[in-house]
Design a protein. Structure first.
Length: 124
């Protein structure tokens, strides 16, 4: 299921969450997660004060994901993919894709081979 949401609605969507996890990739290909509170500056997400490991990961690989966990079990997580750049202690992320995601309720039968999640894609 997809419902288009303009980038101008991303700030309002983000406001429903307390914090996000910034996911970067290590040299070994493992994910590295830190808790952050991104803000939206025009069409760019801004994160202040990342550590050495996150900065090193971003210098080598600009592709990142941000995951805002749901407040309640039945709520959606907000997932934003993007391309990041580092300027000092500030990370600027240009979103490329955003989706609201949660597991499908167990009571709803899923057709064989179909997705078992309930997703709403945000158009950027």
């Amino acid at each position: 299921m997809s419902i288009p949401v303009e980038l101008s609605d991303l700030a309002a969507t983000m406001a429903r969450y307390r914090f996000a996890y910034l996911l970067t990739g290590t040299d070994q290909g493992a994910p590295h997660a830190i808790a952050v509170t991104p803000t939206l500056d025009g069409s760019t997400l801004v994160v202040q004060g990342v550590g050495r490991r996150t900065g090193k990961n971003l210098q080598a690989r600009a592709e990142v994901a941000l995951v805002w966990p749901p407040l309640e079990t039945a709520d959606y997580s907000l997932i934003v993919d993007g391309s990041a750049s580092v300027a000092g202690a500030q990370v600027r992320i240009v979103p490329t894709r955003a989706v609201l995601h949660r597991p499908a309720p167990a009571s709803e039968p899923q057709p064989q081979g179909s997705c078992t999640s309930d997703c709403v894609e945000l158009k950027l």
